[in-house]
Design a protein around this ligand. Structure first.
Ligand SMILES: Cc1cc2nc3c(=O)[nH]c(=O)nc-3n(C[C@H](O)[C@H](O)[C@H](O)COP(=O)(O)OP(=O)(O)OC[C@H]3O[C@@H](n4cnc5c(N)ncnc54)[C@H](O)[C@@H]3O)c2cc1C
Length: 506
């Protein structure tokens, strides 16, 4: 299979109809020099030639490489990874059992199944993964509530025992597991700590015609020519820029504040097998507390940049108080406490004594601490690339789409992209097609674009619907939430959608 793409006869055949006047060139300053874990030649005169060059070793890029190498049809392809970060740290990632990274994702059962199929799930540290099978979601203005629990899904018509809504996993645990799987499979030439400096089209020699092939330039002069260049390089994708693919959207003027929280007692509910995810919609954005192993949880609080700055500046005791307040007190109380530069702990304690908490049994356990160094925030945006493919280019993950985290979709959508792209490449290889030709990549676009677009639209509308504090929308959305909660078949439908294609439904 190694020879599949690399005969000079094939290389000399121009593979696409790229307009030379549209030739795109990306100039990026390199900040670090590359180091390669492979034994590839370091000659700078000729590019090294690969079937697939993947820029980006995040969850999407590493999943794609593992998927290609785990599949006998595509295992023989010449594949390279270019990743700006030094992956040695990831290889030796082994944090203490009671410390959790603040970047966690809710992984759907279908994403977990895909990771299992490519042999990566077995390499994830499962002791650090927390499944949950129940979600409590409620409106902070009206208190209308919806609960998702497989045990209540009578419409499923099958035993729900053991069924998970999703798995909470640290992103580092996932990428470390993927990297172990790739190392086990072998055959990936890895350029680590290697930032892309430039992407151009190749040239022509007696033996090679690379004029329509993307050539990735690394600091130090290394060049990688790609039959297919995959952009798994995140929201500011250099590959997307090279391909001239526009990405449209808007900023939410919201930041997602994350932190690792310590809870009172020994963890939620009846122990590790019955943990619950909580999300409350506040007018400034949703606040979510998602279970991690033991008595830990991860916080994702979407709020205004000013509120986020305050949360990050507070001493731990006041931040803890505000998080507890966010699940218990009224939006008006919360707004007031965001105007205080300190003293939230006493204020929340006093207010809680005078505020009856609705449905205390469906409210998360009190937070008692926050792990040092885990409070951080990320600006939230909506972006969708105009297309995911070009001649010899494909985009996956955040390079293709960025969405609000309120539904826990981003990483899962990236897994869906990777599964579809790996399948598309497999088909092209099995049928002797040029895997980088736009025509070969069309099935990938067809499988993913509309599906992602619909999901992103729903998430965006949810954000907008719940940002409204007063007026006729508030009772209407509450009515909708209560109606769905009362209708077991409708709720079951939503739960199956969430488990299949996304994480937290809301
Ligand atoms: C607060 C928050 C909470 C979230 N919660 C969830 C959740 O619960 N569930 C969920 O599914 N998703 C969630 N997401 C989204 C999820 O984190 C992202 O969708 C996911 O991490 C994207 O993965 P990726 O591999 O596509 O991109 P990235 O993780 O951004 O990886 C891109 C990689 O490309 C590399 N790179 C970039 N430029 C270059 C270059 N020039 N040269 C070389 N390498 C380069 C980077 O170093 C990086 O390693 C959340 C996001 C946020 C902000």
């Amino acid at each position: 299979m190694e020879a599949f793409m690399l005969s000079s006869r094939q290389l000399r055949r121009p593979a696409g109809n790229i307009c030379r006047s549209c030739s795109r060139r990306l100039k990026l300053r390199a900040t670090r020099s590359y180091s390669s874990t492979s034994t590839a030649s370091t000659s700078t005169s000729q590019p090294d030639i690969y079937d697939v060059v993947c820029v980006g070793g995040g969850p999407a890029g590493l999943s794609l490489l593992a998927a290609l190498k785990a599949n006998p049809t595509t295992a023989g392809l010449r594949v390279a990874l270019v990743e700006a970060q030094d992956l040695r740290k990831l290889r030796s990632w082994q944090p203490p059992p009671d410390r959790f990274s603040n970047r966690c994702s809710s992984l759907t059962p279908s994403s977990a199944k895909f990771l299992d199929r490519i042999g990566a799930w077995a390499h994830v540290d499962r002791a650090r993964v927390q499944p949950y099978h129940e979600m409590q979601v409620w409106d902070g203005v009206s208190d209308a509530r919806i609960e998702f629990d497989w045990a209540l899904d009578q419409d499923a018509g099958r035993a729900p025992a053991g069924r998970k809504i999703a798995y909470m996993i640290e992103n580092l645990n996932l990428t470390a597991g993927l990297l172990r799987r790739i190392d086990e499979l072998g055959g990936v030439t890895s350029f680590e700590g290697a930032k892309v400096e430039d992407i151009t089209f190749g040239g022509e020699t007696d033996a090679l015609d690379l004029r329509e092939w993307p050539v990735v330039q690394l600091a130090g002069g290394k060049q990688l020519a790609a039959r297919l260049l995959v952009g798994a390089d995140g929201a500011n994708s250099p590959v997307r820029t090279f391909a001239g693919i526009d990405s449209k959207g808007w900023d939410y003027e919201r930041h997602g504040v994350v932190a690792t929280l310590e809870l009172e007692g020994h963890g939620w509910g009846g122990g590790d097998d019955s943990k619950i995810a909580y999300q409350r919609f506040l007018p400034t954005g949703p606040v979510a507390m998602l279970p991690m192993p033991g008595n830990y949880s991860t916080l994702v609080w979407s709020t205004t940049p000013a509120n986020a700055a305050l949360l990050k500046s507070l001493p731990a005791k006041d931040l803890v108080a505000l998080v507890n307040a966010a699940f218990r007190l009224s939006p008006v109380d919360l707004q007031f406490m965001h105007t205080m530069s300190s003293g939230q702990e006493d204020e929340v304690s006093w207010r809680l004594q005078h505020t009856p908490v609705s449905a205390p049994q469906a409210t998360p356990q009190p937070v008692i601490g926050v792990q040092d160094g885990t409070v951080a925030s990320f600006p939230l945006k909506f972006r969708h690339a105009d297309t995911y493919i070009g001649e010899r280019v494909a985009l996956v993950g955040d390079a293709a789409h960025t969405t609000h985290p309120l539904a826990g979709q981003g990483l899962n959508q990236g897994q869906g992209d990777v599964e579809a792209l790996a399948g598309t490449i497999e088909y092209a290889v099995a049928h002797g097609q040029d895997l980088g030709a736009r025509m070969s990549l069309e099935p990938y676009l067809a499988r993913r674009y509309a599906a992602n677009h619909v999901l992103m639209g729903v998430v965006d509308k949810l954000h907008k619907l719940y940002s409204v504090e007063s007026g006729p929308l508030v009772p209407l959305r509450s009515l909708g939430l209560s109606a769905v909660n009362a209708l077991a078949p409708v709720k079951g439908f939503f739960m199956r959608q969430a488990a299949g294609s996304g994480g937290k439904l809301f």
